[in-house]
Design a protein around this ligand. Structure first.
Ligand code: AMP
Ligand code: MG
Length: 486
């Protein structure tokens, strides 16, 4: 079924542990993402549901699979942990898709590894359902992310705060190398390994840098730009990752490790959902700064390599300067995206006050982030002064500056509406809907799960029959907190 072509196992033995998935007792299939499997060039024709379940529960190892758990470290909420690693994830192997792109196929929740510490190596069903919906929704929003290939129940219960059904999630990533993977070797002063890992990562994710005389420096900048543009994209759809530790920061620039993440309903700069983020380290508005904090951890790991490069006068003293330049890059990305959401073709620094005026109006009036942008689209070209927004001084100020800005740019009404529609989703995976899918799944009913996946695969298209899923939650439906559930 998979044409495995495994490259990570060619790295030295301390990069991973060879480990087989433990067999689930009575797994059942929840979902197999056939569209994505086809894109990946996976040949699943003629496979029965039973065979799919065996494969995606880890019961049956396919030829060519060399299962491993990857080693990594990480800064968790700012505290360094030298040994984390895949404690409940097992990489089955890598495949190369028809477009030449290499992918990891990984089972999450298929048993213990040498990195499990006190954990059981299992996943509860709730987080499996959640990651499936959110990662596929993220992809449909055109935001780089790991993907969902399959989900199964394990047929076993796992003990969390309470005893809950278990599940296994098959994740596909362009790799699972994290900033924490670099930290694992750097903190052991093993810079030969850091170099091997960097060469491997460059080869896999940034092959254009291979010939550069300053390839490690260029690698740092390239990773940084991908990460920062990812965070700007998250913010443009109101996404809060919630646990952006360095071990949850991918080198490829994909969204990874959907834990207590959430899309916000009403807008708030300081919004936090995660029950474990007590100080708001990973709050909505802090995500750019935290990405930079994580990147500064990466550059520390790479500094010995970077400073040994010819034609590079880089030292650890330049880091602050580099990070300042990267912050500017982040702000440019953010302006560009937020501008487009407001119909501005190419926003610059001078548009920042207008964008902030709008956001602080949303915050003050406790308005829904996604739906308010949709409501704005209807106001483009509408010369009627009446509209559904509460006419506060702030709104009037915003509204007249915004109209003026659109007039000045000289694009026609149709063009502006089109730009806004392309950059403002109608449907997002709202927490209360995701919760509903999880609650049903725990009772063995996957209707809402499938319905959400279907609607969210076309987030920019208004779908009349799913009008209800556009709505912000009623007061009693609001989800205030999300949990890792690991
Ligand atoms: P995460 O919350 O996914 O970022 O996980 C942080 C670390 O804890 C990683 O090293 C995980 O592999 C490990 N971990 C999380 N949940 C479990 C579990 N149920 N069993 C073993 N290890 C776990
Ligand atoms: Mg993680």
């Amino acid at each position: 079924m998979f044409n495995f072509d495994n490259s990570y196992i060619k790295l030295p033995a301390d990069f991973y542990q060879a480990v087989n998935p433990s067999s689930a007792h009575a797994p059942e299939l929840i979902a197999f993402n056939t569209n994505f499997a086809t894109e990946l060039g996976i040949d699943f024709d003629g496979l029965t549901e039973k065979e799919l379940v065996e494969i995606f529960s880890g019961q049956k190892l396919l030829p060519g699979s060399t299962p491993i758990a990857m080693a990594y470290a990480g800064h968790q909420f700012g505290n360094f942990v030298p040994s984390l690693g895949d404690g409940r994830a097992i990489l089955l192997g890598e495949i190369v898709a028809p477009d030449g792109q290499r992918y990891d196929i990984q089972l999450k929740g298929a048993g213990q590894t040498s990195f499990s510490r006190r954990g059981d190596g299992r996943s509860a069903l709730g987080p499996v359902i959640r990651e499936y919906i959110l990662s596929e929704a993220m992809n449909a929003l055109n935001i780089p992310t790991t993907r969902a290939l399959a989900a199964v129940t394990s047929g076993e219960n796992v003990r969390r705060e309470e005893v809950v059904p278990g599940g296994i999630f098959t994740r596909v990533a362009s790799s699972h190398i994290r900033i924490g993977t670099f930290e694992y070797f750097a903190c052991r002063d093993d810079f030969d390994a850091v170099k091997q890992l960097a060469d491997y990562a460059i080869n896999r994710h940034y092959p254009e840098l291979k010939v550069s005389e300053t390839k490690y420096y260029d690698f740092f900048i390239a990773v940084s730009k991908r990460k920062l543009s990812l965070v700007a994209k998250w913010m443009s759809v109101g996404f809060i990752h919630g646990v952006m530790n360095t071990d949850n920061s991918s080198i490829s620039g994909e969204t990874i490790d959907f834990g207590p993440c959430a899309f916000m309903d009403h807008f708030s700069y300081d919004k936090v959902f995660s029950s474990i983020d007590r100080d708001g380290r990973y709050a909505y508005q802090n995500q750019g700064n935290i990405a930079l904090w994580n990147l500064s951890s990466l550059v520390h790991c790479l500094t010995p390599l970077i400073s040994s490069e010819s034609k590079n006068d880089f030292t650890i003293d330049n880091v602050k300067e580099e990070l300042d330049t990267l912050l500017e890059f982040f702000i440019e990305q953010w302006l560009e995206l937020m501008g487009k959401k407001l119909g501005i073709l190419s926003a610059t620094q001078s548009d920042q006050p207008l964008i902030n005026l709008w956001l602080s109006y949303l915050e003050k009036e406790n308005l829904d982030f996604t739906n308010s942008f949709q409501d704005l689209i209807h106001l483009v070209g509408n010369n009627n002064t009446q509209n559904q927004f509460k006419q506060t001084t702030e709104f009037e100020q915003f509204y007249s500056s915004w109209k003026q800005r659109l007039d000045d740019q000289g694009s026609d009404v149709h063009e502006v509406k089109e730009l806004m529609s392309q950059n403002n989703p109608v449907f997002i995976p709202r927490n209360h809907q995701v919760e509903k899918a999880i609650e049903q799944a725990l009772e063995g009913n996957y209707n809402h799960f499938h319905k959400l996946n279907k609607v969210l695969s076309k987030p920019f298209t208004f779908q009349e029959q799913y009008r209800d899923l556009i709505k912000a939650p009623l007061k009693e439906e609001i989800v205030h907190q999300t949990f890792c559930g690991t």
